[in-house]
Ligand binder design. Structure first.
Ligand code: SF4
Length: 274
C-alpha cells in the first residue's frame, strides 16, 4: 500500500508558478524508495498553462518513479492532449479520474459545471484507447451525503461504459473536510457509519469490479467482507486513534480515523473490535 506521496502543481498561488515548480524539482533530493510516487493534484493540474512542460521535466529527472495524475478527466476529451500526456508521462503513470454521478444531471450538479460528465467519460474512453502497458487508470468516487445515495447507479453506469474492469481500479473514498467541503459541511454531512452502510448495500455490485479500494475508512466501520478492500490512504499526520482504539484487536492493521473526524462527528460509530 502506498502512502508516501509528494504533491506538485498545487492550486495555491505560491505553488502555481512554473519557475517555482522547476526550482522545487531541482532541489528535490530526498532518497526515494520503491513505495514513493509523485502526485500531481490541484485544483486541476491539467489546467496549469505549462502542465505538459512540468510533466516532461519530472519524467526526465525521475525516469522510473510512478506519477499519479489526479484529474477531473475533462481535458482528456481531446485526443491530441491525451496522446501528449501519455507520451510525456511515459511509464509508470496512473490517471486518477473522479466521477461524481451516474449521468450529466447528477455529476454536473456536484461539479457545478455543465458538460463535465460527458467530457470526463469521453476522456476516460480516450485514455483507455490510447494508453499503453504501464499506464494505469483509476476511477474514483468521493462519497458524501449527496453522492452516496446514487452510489449503486454510478457503479452501474461505470460498468456499462467500461465493462472490461480488468483495465482499471475503482476507488471509493470517504470525503475529507477541508476547503470547499468545510464551507458546505451541512450539505454534504455523512458519518463514516452511514457511508459504510451505503457501501455494504452495494457490495454485490462491487464484486463485478476486478479491483476495488476503499480510502479513508477505519476497519471497524465496515463488515469483515469489505475490510480487505481498505487501503492506508492518508499520511500519518492526517489520521488519529481514539480511546476506543487502545484495546482494539485490529489496531495494528487499521489505517486509523481521519484526523478531522472527531471534530465534526461524535465518533460513536468507531468501536473497538475484540
Ligand atoms: S477501534 Fe480504532 S483501531 Fe480499531 S478498527 Fe476502529 S479505528 Fe481502527
Amino acid at each position: 500500500m502506498c502512502t508516501n506521496m509528494d504533491s506538485f502543481i498545487e492550486s495555491s498561488d505560491d505553488h502555481y508558478d512554473f519557475d517555482f515548480q522547476m526550482q522545487r524539482l531541482q532541489k528535490f533530493n530526498r532518497k526515494l524508495t520503491s513505495k514513493d510516487h509523485f502526485l500531481f493534484s490541484g485544483g486541476e493540474p491539467t489546467l496549469h498553462p505549462r502542465f505538459l512542460s512540468i510533466l516532461a521535466e519530472f519524467r526526465k529527472k525521475f525516469q522510473r518513479v510512478p506519477i499519479y495524475l489526479l484529474t477531473n478527466g475533462r481535458k482528456f476529451c481531446y485526443q491530441d492532449f491525451t496522446r501528449e500526456v501519455l507520451r510525456l508521462g511515459k511509464t509508470p503513470v496512473d490517471m486518477l479520474v473522479t466521477i461524481h454521478g451516474y449521468n450529466a444531471v447528477t455529476n454536473d450538479s456536484i461539479t457545478r459545471s455543465r458538460g463535465s460528465f460527458s467530457q470526463a467519460m469521453l476522456g476516460l474512453e480516450n485514455i483507455f484507447k490510447l494508453r499503453r502497458p504501464g499506464q494505469g487508470v483509476e476511477i474514483r468516487m468521493v462519497l458524501h451525503k449527496l453522492t452516496a445515495p446514487w452510489l449503486d447507479r454510478t457503479l452501474l453506469a461505470i460498468l456499462k461504459a467500461f465493462p472490461d474492469t480488468a483495465g482499471y481500479r475503482l476507488v471509493l473514498m470517504y470525503f475529507e473536510v477541508e476547503g470547499q467541503a468545510e464551507k458546505n459541511f451541512k450539505r454534504i454531512r455523512l458519518s463514516l457509519g452511514e457511508c459504510a452502510a451505503r457501501i455494504q448495500e452495494c457490495r454485490e455490485l462491487l464484486k463485478k469490479f476486478s479491483e476495488v479500494r476503499l480510502y479513508h475508512f477505519p476497519l471497524c466501520i465496515l463488515g469483515e467482507d469489505l475490510r480487505p478492500l481498505v487501503w492506508d490512504s492518508l499520511p500519518g499526520e492526517d489520521v488519529c486513534y481514539l480511546k476506543e482504539c487502545r484495546s482494539c484487536a485490529l489496531k495494528k492493521k487499521c489505517p486509523g480515523v481521519p484526523a478531522w473526524y472527531p471534530k465534526w462527528f461524535d465518533a460513536c460509530d468507531i468501536r473497538r473490535v475484540s
